[in-house]
Design a protein around this ligand. Structure first.
Ligand SMILES: *Cc1c(COP(=O)(O)O)cnc(C)c1O
Length: 226
């Protein structure tokens, strides 16, 4: 089976864009992990990505991710969960997800800590003024970090955010970076920053992102959710 030339081209264009943004920021591309967000795409696309060299994939809905992860269990992949997560699904998500990027409240920390596998976590920060958006307010991050540090099985990796619409992404990521700096006052090992999507990954790299979550720029248009 061969990978479609369009997919291979988009993947090559994004990896070149990442290398260029890293060079401009004076960073090594080894510092940056590319998580390809494959939500709504079939397992076959993930297989093609693995063929191209992708080793990290991201999903945002448990009901789509679980069967895909099961079908692809033999592949050398790290699964990242990047979407809003209900506490009652945390245990099931932890069966396949190695990393959860969207931890934004203490009840979710508790639910993940009770799962059967250890999980790496990012604390999601809400960079907007709208409390209804995903993520914890920046002022809640230290409290959440303490909750994670008090668990035995959760490893705190750092902070995560989605840039708000209608604002310069770089300015938003600078606020995320500052929140990460505050986090490290109590958790020095939490050095990672999950930021940057198809439209703003260069700005995220400029502000120090270590984990990019890139979907459509690589996968092409997403199919409608089922
Ligand atoms: C879908 C999604 C992405 C990828 O978005 P693209 O614009 O397709 O790159 C990144 N992060 C999260 C949390 C997402 O839900």
């Amino acid at each position: 089976m061969t990978v479609s030339p369009e997919l291979a081209e988009r993947y090559a264009a994004v990896t070149a864009g990442i290398a260029e943004a890293c060079a401009r920021a004076g960073r090594s591309s080894d510092e940056v992990t590319l998580v390809v967000v494959t939500k709504f795409h079939p397992a076959a696309l993930v297989r093609d990505l693995v063929e191209l060299g992708v080793r990290h994939v991201g999903e945002n809905r448990h009901q789509d991710a679980a069967p895909k992860a099961a079908e692809l269990a033999g592949l050398p992949l790290t699964w990242h969960f990047v979407g809003q997560l209900q506490s009652n699904k945390a245990k099931a998500v932890a069966r396949y997800a190695d990393v959860v990027h969207s931890v934004d409240r203490a009840s979710l920390v508790d639910a993940l800590a009770a799962a059967d596998r250890p999980v790496d976590v990012f604390l999601e920060v809400n960079l907007t003024d709208d409390a209804g958006r995903g993520g914890a307010a920046p002022g809640q991050i230290e409290g959440l970090a303490e909750a994670v540090l008090a668990t035995e099985r959760l490893r705190l990796r750092g902070v995560m955010a989605v840039a708000p619409l209608g604002e310069d992404a770089r300015a938003a990521f600078a606020r995320l970076r500052a929140t990460g700096d505050r986090l490290r006052a109590i958790a020095p090992e939490a050095t990672d920053m999950s930021a940057g999507m198809s439209g703003d990954y260069a700005q995220a790299i400029a502000e120090g992102a270590t984990h990019l979550r890139i979907g459509t720029a690589i996968t092409g248009k997403r199919p409608a959710p089922q």
